[in-house]
Write a protein that binds this ligand. Structure first.
Ligand SMILES: Cc1cc2nc3c(=O)[nH]c(=O)nc-3n(C[C@H](O)[C@H](O)[C@H](O)COP(=O)(O)OP(=O)(O)OC[C@H]3O[C@@H](n4cnc5c(N)ncnc54)[C@H](O)[C@@H]3O)c2cc1C
Length: 491
């Protein structure tokens, strides 16, 4: 005889896990409780602080919540949606529904952990429990430690340990059986409209971004056909190399276990696609790596991972910063990258590295300002990966590139966008320049510029800095990281 369920009724609180398949908290709830309620909060603590009412993330979340609600309704339940402060709304809803516990999945961001502790305390005060589960990472928190029992801060040994430890049980789907478990959704009000929570549509579908588990499925199926070429194509922004799954991973419209399972099996059993799959798997491991960095070192949110890098005196120049944000630096690859971000909310990984390096090491501007701009604009903004990427570019991070390695934005452009396909897409003013000159229009012969109809300073800006001079200034600026505070330089 099956054991009686442990709980009479529980509430599953969805956050960055907007799907009903392979979902840790939902699986646990449907196994352990007789009746399961589901909820999502449009958290005013986050939303009220957003500067733009046309925020692509909110639009994406809203679309995903609608799809999740429709799915739950087909199974007899519904999603209880609130537009409120989650810290208060979840304990209040638990009270209203009379549930014994709230189930949710782990979140590693300091603000989310603080919110969850507050919710946990409020629930406990009413004799209710908050139960949380690992869902968005394969290995989390203390699961992978060095031989000395410390968190990893270098990626390669972390990856080796991750791969060595992985077995089928880590990838097993958390199968959810909704039938007969969902609390009756008949009286649950419809999901509020986007306008009802104070936001406007952003034209996501025209950008090719389809919210919800259905959008994730379509993006995954598209990438599955291309995975074999990933390792060769991923660095070229002019071609369709990466998966474009980041927004789905961010909001959990697809399960990380499913993606890792696919990459793992392809790597082992499909020789033609194995190299691409291995390379992609490595990227998914970076995601876990930065989650655990943020978990163990929450101070990275506003401090350098290596404290000596906070001795650097950054350039304070609003005009230069604006030129970077608005794609007006005069360096075509950087400008095209920034326009991609502005117009689509996405930026190719190679370009994130190039644009970040340019802000920090060509303009000398504090990485935190760049990180903040990306955080406002990226549809896949994830605190751990964004902070990790920025601190990598600034050389202040764990396993970052050394400070004296400074990307040359023109060399990067020639190498990764050789025919200027990506540049021409975002900078039509430069479209008629020959491949040779499209990377550095200021170096083109006057007749070439005039033939292409480009007047520098009018159709396209002159460079805001000279890269060679900026490079020297950066090396001088970073010299402080080599000496102890107040001490003399060691080399
Ligand atoms: C300065 C900078 C800022 C970044 N900010 C973010 C961010 O806010 N959110 C974000 O998801 N990624 C960020 N990245 C990492 C990476 O650029 C994106 O994950 C990737 O471009 C997303 O596109 P994709 O899904 O097509 O990637 P794919 O190449 O298909 O990679 C698959 C998945 O692996 C993960 N991944 C790939 N690279 C990294 C990485 N370096 N670190 C952590 N996870 C990774 C992502 O979840 C990604 O969706 C940043 C990188 C840099 C250099």
């Amino acid at each position: 005889m099956p054991a009686a369920p442990e709980f009479d009724s529980v509430l599953v609180w969805f956050r960055r896990d907007l799907r009903a398949e392979d979902h840790a908290a939902l699986m646990q709830a449907t196994r352990r409780a007789r009746r399961v309620h589901c909820a999502f909060v449009f958290d005013r603590e986050i939303l009220d602080a957003l500067p733009d009412r046309r925020d692509r993330r909110v639009d994406f979340i809203h679309g995903s919540v609608l799809e999740l609600d429709a799915l739950l309704r087909r199974a007899g339940g519904a999603l209880q949606v609130r537009h409120a402060h989650a810290r208060e709304a979840i304990p209040a809803l638990a009270d209203e529904l009379g549930v014994q516990a709230v189930f949710a999945n782990h979140d590693y961001e300091p603000a989310a952990r603080d919110r969850d502790s507050a919710v946990g305390r409020a629930l406990a005060a009413a004799q209710r429990r908050l139960l949380t589960f690992k869902d968005q990472a394969i290995f989390e928190r203390d699961e992978l430690l060095t031989g000395q029992g410390r968190p990893y801060s270098v990626f390669t040994p972390y990856r080796n340990s991750w791969l060595g430890r992985l077995d089928a049980s880590d990838l097993a789907p958390h199968v959810v059986q909704l039938e007969g478990r969902l609390s009756d959704g008949a009286g649950v009000p419809a999901v509020p409209t986007l306008a009802g929570i104070g936001f406007e549509p952003t034209g996501l579908r025209e950008l090719g971004v389809v919210p919800g588990a259905s959008g994730a499925r379509a993006a995954f199926e598209d990438f599955a056909k291309r995975i074999g070429r990933y390792h060769e194509a991923r660095d070229y922004p002019g071609v369709r190399g990466p998966s474009y799954l980041s927004v789905h991973l961010r909001f959990g419209t697809i399960s990380i276990r499913e993606l890792v399972r696919f990459a793992w099996q392809t790597r082992l059993a499909d020789a033609a696609n194995a190299a691409g799959a291995a390379s992609w798997l490595s990227e998914l491991i970076w995601r876990d790596f930065y989650f655990q960095i943020l978990h163990h070192h929450p101070q990275v949110v506003d401090q350098a991972f290596r404290p000596e890098y906070d001795r650097i005196r950054w350039v304070d120049d609003e005009a230069l910063y604006r030129a970077w944000c608005e794609g007006r630096t005069g360096y075509p690859l950087v400008d095209a990258a920034m326009l991609q971000l502005e117009r689509s909310g996405y930026m190719h990984n190679r370009l994130r590295m190039v644009a970040a390096s340019f802000l920090v090491k060509d303009l000398g501007i504090d990485w935190r300002l760049g990180e903040r701009h990306f955080a406002r604009k990226l549809i896949d903004f994830d605190l751990s990966a964004n902070n990790g990427g920025w601190q990598w570019a600034a050389s202040s991070g764990c396993d970052a590139q050394p400070y004296f390695r400074i990307f040359n934005p023109v060399a990067q452009s020639r190498k990764f966008d050789p025919q200027g396909r990506f540049i021409r897409r975002y900078l039509p003013a430069l479209a008629a320049l020959p491949d040779r000159d499209v990377h550095a229009p200021w170096a083109a012969a006057p007749e070439t510029l005039s033939k292409a109809g480009v007047t520098l300073g009018v159709d396209y800006p002159l460079p805001v800095v000279d890269h060679d001079a900026a490079r020297k200034a950066t090396l001088a600026r970073y010299a402080v990281v080599r000496r102890p505070p107040g001490g003399a330089a060691t080399t």
